[in-house]
Design a binder for this molecule. Structure first.
Ligand code: SAM
Length: 239
């Protein structure tokens, strides 16, 4: 999977993603990360890429041409139009199913805005998907791009050591994951649930499923509408 990121702050993306699991996957060549500095396409010796908004108002707007130049440099390398995601608080809210869908692409472009945003005309020209990471406003699109790349990367084969760990996690089957425990068996007087020490696989699975359902009902009841619950589970969450 190839990720291209168009940004004014490539070091933020590089430092963030060349770390831990994504960093190892990049080293192994399972993922490729290409950051493109929009400032390199400024077309002026000062590297200026923003200007005042037409119609007035606070802040600066990133100009269309440098963003377009940065995108075109990638499109020319790829030899085709690429799926291009603009990170914006105005987009569709990112979720796990969306990550699964993006993980089926072999190449993605992420466009990070800054200041008041980007000239609308270049967005209309190059962007295929407008995505938000939540109903709040950040200073730039770099953290949102990293959130998306990290989430999508975990779904790419070979990135996680244990393939099954991406399959049992929260939001699969519209349920939150069950609680996890590791050694020691008793910590500050709190014991691990005995069923987890029983070695009885079927009972462990049953307990985990029940905990998932109860936890989702308590913390994210909105998710349960889409979950595939048995009649017994439906009664359990009602009662
Ligand atoms: N003026 C814009 C608005 O009100 O919609 C917000 C601009 S924001 C200060 C600067 C940049 O941060 C945006 O262009 C976008 O790339 C990024 N950004 C901020 N919040 C975001 C969010 N919740 N999700 C994705 N990107 C976000």
């Amino acid at each position: 999977m190839k990720f291209h990121v168009l940004t004014l702050f490539p070091e933020m993306i590089e430092n963030g993603l060349h770390t831990s699991i994504t960093g190892r996957a990049i080293e192994k060549g399972i993922l490729s990360l290409n950051t493109v500095n929009i400032r390199d396409f400024a077309g002026n010796k000062h590297g200026k890429v923003d200007d005042y908004p037409y119609g007035g108002g606070a802040g600066m707007v990133m100009q269309a041409e440098p963003v377009y130049g940065a995108y075109k440099s990638i499109e020319e390398q790829a030899g085709r139009k690429l799926r291009t995601i603009y990170l914006t608080p105005q987009g569709q809210t990112f979720h796990q199913k969306m990550a699964e869908e993006f993980s089926r692409e072999d190449e993605l472009v992420f466009l990070c805005g800054h200041y008041e945003g980007i000239d609308e005309r270049v967005l209309q020209e190059i962007v295929t998907d407008f995505v938000s990471i939540g109903d709040y406003v950040l200073t730039g699109g770099e953290l949102p791009a990293m959130v998306m790349i990290d989430t999508i990367s975990r779904l790419v084969e070979g990135v996680l050591n244990n393939e099954s760990s991406a399959e049992t996690e929260s939001f699969q089957d519209s349920l939150l994951e069950y609680p996890q425990y590791s050694r020691p068996e008793v910590w500050r007087g709190r014991a691990v649930p005995p069923v987890l020490l029983s070695g009885h696989h079927a009972n462990v699975e049953k307990w985990r499923r029940e905990q998932s359902v109860l936890r989702t009902a308590r913390w994210r009841p909105d998710l349960l509408e889409k979950a595939d619950l048995t009649e017994k589970e439906k009664a359990m969450v009602k009662g």
